[in-house]
Design a protein around this ligand. Structure first.
Ligand SMILES: *[C@@H]1O[C@H](CO)[C@@H](O)[C@H](O)[C@H]1NC(C)=O
Ligand SMILES: *[C@@H]1O[C@H](CO)[C@@H](O)[C@H](O)[C@H]1NC(C)=O
Ligand SMILES: *[C@@H]1O[C@H](CO)[C@@H](O)[C@H](O)[C@H]1NC(C)=O
Length: 569
């Protein structure tokens, strides 16, 4: 499903130009006034040409004008921090993103721009630390993400509404007093922050986007909850749209304040040490949830009954927990998974990217790419009983992983209806019966895993199945299977015999093959020397035989091991 990078770029650009991340304050009227009647240096919108545009200005130059707005996005301003800006204290909007800066931010910067409202210098190589206290700054937007800053996170500007310090190397504790009542967007992902999340965060009642993922935070996850203020509208979490606390070492139960977050679309709590149940109120209180990741925690209990009432949910990952019970919920309510997404599906773009585990690889997807994934990953839990046939109604699914549970019964017969599937992993369960022949209808499938189940009968033929990379290893651990890459004669097969029949045929086959080989060798040898095509065909035959023998041996071995384990009490 990977889309070309240019596609992502285009989306990012559109996003930057449209709603979520306006490079300027949302207050366009104000901006218009600023532009009129002031000198304006702007190479912001020359995206393509930008890379060749170099600003060569002498360090000692004192400009004869006073700017209100200075935009140098993607211009070669660096590597040193532009000294001439020192005298531009009237600047209200400063954009220095991706400007090739490789320097520390000089001390005068925080004085000169203490009254600016918009400071953007992300995507450079700025290093050193920030002043310990930025409370005196007037800025409402500060973007310093994707640099190389170190040191502690400063005390926040009092009127700040968006702060992005993600993807730097900030370390130490978060400021204990998070005094910024207007803060809506607080992004600190991918740093090296330690310690606990200060309880003063509960005072940030306007937060709509919080990202503390990819740090080393410990202690209790944010709860911010008193029964008494359950329905209050000006409490922490009420405006929350997106919450990422993943990849830390947080403990505790599922955050209670989320009961207030009725607008939440994105929730990622994965890779922490959270425990307890997934709350029954989750579906009811967060009806707009699109993405839910709680992967790799210690959640237990059942999947909340009404989870399937989340009709916007298209990404559900509860893998690597201790969830038990069955999947016997009414899956057909998951409307968003019953829809095939296309690239023009309406967008909700945020800038950060999160790793998605598909096909054993960690890849970084931006949200733009995210919306194209329809994922159901329930793997590595303790789920039991059958998979409802209804699952085949989720025709939008691109990835389905039920691996490593204790699921029984047949593979749903109409599995082939899931036409969008890119990967299907049913390995390490107790599925039995035949592999539905509809499986071969999955034309986008690039990964299939049926290892170690109790499947029997013929392996469906089909070009797609034969084209899979891991063809040889899909079926191991299912002693009753025959045909396809496993080989064996399906007509003489049945579940009881499970291959013992051809175990007896095997030696004679090998003997016949050897005799044929020895006799044939001398006859064929001379001809092969003469004729190239014959030579090629011969070696292809050898290869195939080797593969077949390998798989046979692996399967017998698994079978024997299983029998041994069964007979050992
Ligand atoms: C914050 O905003 C208030 C109200 O607009 C204003 O009076 C105050 O001066 C601002 N503080 C700073 C440090 O800019
Ligand atoms: C499915 O989940 C299992 C265990 O959780 C994991 O090992 C496997 O790589 C996953 N399969 C895919 C295709 O991602
Ligand atoms: C395997 O499947 C067969 C039916 O196909 C069933 O009789 C048998 O009990 C199953 N074995 C296990 C270990 O689940």
């Amino acid at each position: 499903m990977a889309r070309p990078y240019s596609y992502i770029l285009q989306h990012k650009r559109e996003a930057a130009l449209s709603h979520f991340h306006l490079p300027f304050p949302t207050n366009m009227i104000k901006l218009g006034l600023l532009i009129r009647g002031t000198a304006l240096l702007l190479c912001l919108l020359i995206f393509r040409a930008a890379h060749s545009l170099r600003l060569a200005i002498k360090q000692k130059w004192v400009p004869p004008f006073r700017l209100k707005v200075a935009g140098f996005a993607s211009c070669q301003v660096g590597p040193s921090f532009p000294e001439w800006l020192r005298w531009q204290s009237d600047i209200d909007v400063l954009v220095l993103s991706n400007a090739n800066l490789d320097d520390v931010i000089p001390d005068w910067f925080w004085v000169t721009f203490s009254r600016a409202s918009f400071l953007q210098a992300s995507g450079n190589k700025l290093h050193g630390s920030l002043p310990a206290d930025l409370q005196h700054m007037s800025a409402d937007h500060i973007y310093l993400g994707s640099n190389k800053f170190t040191g502690q996170v400063p005390r926040l500007p009092i009127n700040i509404s968006r702060l992005n310090l993600s993807s730097n190397s900030f370390s130490g504790l978060l400021p204990s007093e998070l005094n910024a009542p207007l803060l809506g967007e607080f992004l600190l992902a991918n740093n090296q922050l330690t310690g606990t999340i200060p309880s003063s965060i509960c005072q940030l009642t306007r937060l709509n986007r919080l990202d503390l993922s990819g740090n080393h935070l410990t202690g209790d996850i944010i709860q911010c909850w008193k029964e008494s203020d359950a329905n209050s509208t000006n409490q922490f979490g009420f405006d929350m749209l997106s919450l990422s606390l993943n990849n830390n070492s947080l403990t505790g139960e599922f955050p209670k304040f989320l009961q207030r977050s009725s607008r939440l679309m994105f929730l990622d709590l994965s890779y922490n040490r959270l425990f307890g149940g997934l709350p029954e109120w989750l579906p009811e209180k967060m009806p707009h949830l699109k993405i839910l990741r709680v992967r790799s925690n210690m959640f237990s209990g059942h999947i909340p009954k009404n989870l399937t009432s989340l009709d916007s949910l298209h990404y559900l990952d509860i893998a690597y927990n201790n969830i038990s019970g069955s999947i016997a919920w009414s899956l057909s309510n998951l409307k968003a998974m019953m829809t095939v997404v296309s690239e023009d599906t309406e967008d909700y773009i945020f800038e950060e990217s999160i790793p998605v585990n598909t096909k054993d690889q960690k890849r970084d997807y931006t949200f733009a790419i995210y919306k194209l994934l329809v994922i159901l990953d329930l793997s590595s839990n303790s789920l039991t009983w059958h998979v409802p046939e209804e699952i085949t109604l989720l025709i939008g699914l691109t990835n389905l992983n039920l691996s490593n549970n204790q699921l029984t019964g047949p593979i749903p017969n109409h599995i082939g209806d899931l036409r969008q599937l890119d990967s299907l992993d049913l390995s390490f369960n107790e599925f039995s019966g035949a592999i539905p022949s509809s499986l071969s209808a999955l034309t986008y499938l690039s990964y299939l895993n049926l290892l170690y189940n109790n499947l029997s009968g013929a392996i469906p033929s089909g070009q797609q199945l034969q084209a899979l990379d891991n063809q040889m290893y899909i079926y191991i651990g299912n002693p009753g299977l025959c045909g396809g890459p496993v080989g064996g004669n399906c007509s003489s097969h049945n579940a009881e015999q499970s291959g013992l029949g051809d175990m007896n045929d095997m030696p004679s086959l090998y003997i016949a093959m050897s005799i044929g080989f020895v006799v044939g060798l001398w006859t064929v040898f001379c001809t092969m020397l003469m004729k190239r095509t014959w030579r090629d065909a011969f070696f292809r035959f050898i290869d195939r035989t080797y593969d077949m023998v390998y798989v046979q041996v692996a399967i017998r071995w698994a079978h024997v091991m299983e029998k041994t384990q069964e007979s050992a009490p």
